[in-house]
Write a protein that binds this ligand. Structure first.
Ligand SMILES: [Zn+2]
Length: 438
């Protein structure tokens, strides 16, 4: 396809220029040895911060896996600090499936295309552009503002936020609230815009189901073939109908959606989620625990009955349901199937109140009159989880005002990830207004 000439740096807003530069630094997190280090992206960010006179410190659990923490000193450093954080790694992209190469930072159709455009180099660019403008204006915040750029969010956080929270909590001294990803984009309900704020995250268990049997020759009647029992266990997990579980977050969200859509009080949670259009699936995922079988393995030779057969279940639970959800999986697969916990991530819910939540709501009312901010329990996990363990209240809010029909949630880890340039400008404006209140 023919492509319009690409704008020069000088023709782009600062936020778009920074994002384009960051997209062009391939930081694909494949997990393991193939992972491309975050260091070049951290170098780029640190150079901007150095220029602004904002000191930053690098932390690396392994060479190249750079975390960068900067502290923009406030007038009164004894006040609780606000942190903005972004991860600099991205999930890999297969260029053969993309309209434009995923690491070229192409601008087309009013949008900036590339891996990381929304997850989440966009927020790194908003942070840097907003701070650069404020520093140029001579602004100094009252409280400290910590700007953090993590490694390894997409690989499980062990070189990033998990390790930082465990080994370098001092980097975040004084921070009581943080803003990062998982929300902030607009949805349109019955012609009215609403911005979802991530105020909670579901938790996760990755469970291995193990069936043990008796190995034998494939030509003989089997004594105890574990493949059959793992198949039954997989069917049993697939048949689970998880109950509806309302939390404070989802109850508030659904009630506000009901008001926006003008639906009667009798509307069901499922019906209410549907009014969120392309975001309905993410909202529905917050109403129940969710379990999916993601792997099955057994056997090593065509004529050998194997001794074991295994399956992996990705179980996502509502805050407070970690024990009940796990117990339910154990009960449906039965006592003969061993259930091993491979990985656990905690769930949490943050009250939709307090200094920063109020500031964000007031700013959105100012820049997008009539629009509202709604709390949202997100189905996945972010860097907010480890930070919560060191007492930091986390919200997900990357401000993006989007067209009503923009299928935004599908862009996360998806093909043709892209962000409208005017949404980037909007986001930088919101971030800048938020910083002026610190
Ligand atoms: Zn992300």
């Amino acid at each position: 396809m023919s492509l319009a000439p690409q704008p020069a740096d000088s023709e782009l807003a600062d936020v778009a220029r920074i994002l384009r530069d960051l997209i062009r630094i391939d930081t694909s997190n494949h997990g393991g040895d193939l992972t491309r280090p975050e260091e070049p992206a951290a170098d780029y960010v640190q150079a901007i911060l150095d220029d602004l006179g904002i000191p930053s410190t690098r932390y690396e659990r392994a060479p190249g896996r750079t975390n960068l923490v900067a502290r923009w000193a406030g007038v009164d450093s004894t006040l609780p600090a606000l942190m903005l954080h972004a991860h600099l790694d991205v999930v890999p992209a297969d260029p053969t499936t993309w309209t434009h190469p995923p690491f070229d930072g192409v601008i087309d159709d009013g949008m900036l295309w590339g891996r990381g455009a929304i997850d989440m180099k966009d927020f790194a660019a908003m942070m840097l552009a907003a701070v650069r403008r404020l520093v140029a204006e001579g602004f100094q915040p009252q409280r400290d503002v910590v700007l953090t750029f993590f490694a390894d969010e997409e690989g499980g956080t062990e070189f990033g936020s998990e390790w930082m929270a465990a080994e370098h909590p001092e980097a975040f001294a004084g921070v009581d609230t943080a803003i990062s990803e998982g929300g902030g984009y607009s949805i349109t309900v019955d012609g009215q815009r609403a911005y979802l704020m991530n105020t909670g995250e579901k938790g996760a268990y990755w469970l291995e189901l193990v069936a043990r049997g008796v190995s034998g020759h494939g030509s003989l009647p089997a004594i105890d073939n574990p493949t059959l029992r793992i198949a039954e266990a997989v069917r049993a997990v697939g048949a689970i109908e998880w109950p509806l579980v309302m939390t404070d977050t989802t109850a508030t969200l659904l009630e506000r959606l009901r008001e926006l859509a003008g639906l009667p009080a009798s509307a069901t949670p499922e019906e209410l989620a549907l009014v969120a259009g392309p975001s309905a699936t993410r909202i529905r995922a917050g109403l129940r625990d969710v379990s999916n079988v993601t792997k099955i393995a057994a056997g090593y030779k065509e004529n050998v009955v194997p001794e074991t057969a295994t399956a992996v279940v990705d179980l996502r639970f509502i805050p407070g349901r970690e024990d009940a959800a796990l117990a339910h999986v154990r009960s449906v697969v039965g006592p003969e199937i061993e259930v091993r916990v491979l990985m656990e991530l905690d769930a949490f819910e943050t009250p939709f109140e307090g200094r920063v939540a109020e500031q964000v709501q007031a700013i959105i009312a100012e820049v997008d009159p009539g629009a509202v901010v709604l709390p949202h329990l997100i189905p996945g996990g972010t860097d907010a989880k480890p930070l919560r363990r060191i007492g930091i209240r986390g919200y997900g809010f990357i401000p993006l005002r989007l067209p009503a029909d923009f299928a935004f949630p599908r862009m996360f880890h998806g093909v043709d990830e892209r962000v409208p340039l005017d949404a980037l400008d909007f986001g930088e404006d919101v971030v800048r207004r938020l910083l002026t209140q610190q």
